[in-house]
Ligand binder design. Structure first.
Ligand code: FES
Length: 117
């Protein structure tokens, strides 16, 4: 587990209804005690840790571009799939979480081991 993550959850947690986050949007949800940024990428739900690895800024306040979220403070980009950095000034990835949809409900668990890709 990442040192940035407090607890997370090994169990699937119901975090949202599919209509809570529209395509191209990101919202904040909580998994365990972790703030998590949940995004809808063309109907696919993806989740990463909500706090930028550069400074303490919430990523869900930023913008989704394709499968990347852009930090609202200095513009770093993170992959919504892996948490990998796709744009400076941040240099460290953020944890990514597993997601699944059952019916109209979105579930998240994790975080999963950090990827650098
Ligand atoms: S706080 Fe996110 S890029 Fe600086």
């Amino acid at each position: 587990m990442s040192p940035m993550s407090s607890l997370g959850s090994d169990d699937w947690q119901l975090v949202a209804h599919v209509f809570d986050v529209k395509p191209g949007q990101v919202i904040k949800v909580v998994v365990g005690k972790d703030p998590v940024c949940l995004g809808n990428v063309d109907g696919e739900f993806l989740a990463i840790y909500d706090i930028c690895s550069h400074e303490y800024v919430e990523l869900h306040e930023g913008w989704l571009e394709g499968d990347e979220v852009e930090c609202p403070q200095h513009g770093s980009k993170f992959s919504m799939r892996t948490g990998a950095v796709r744009g400076l000034p941040a240099t460290k990835p953020v944890p990514a979480y597993e997601t699944k949809v059952e019916g109209e409900h979105v579930y998240v668990r994790g975080p999963v081991p950090v990827s650098s890709s």
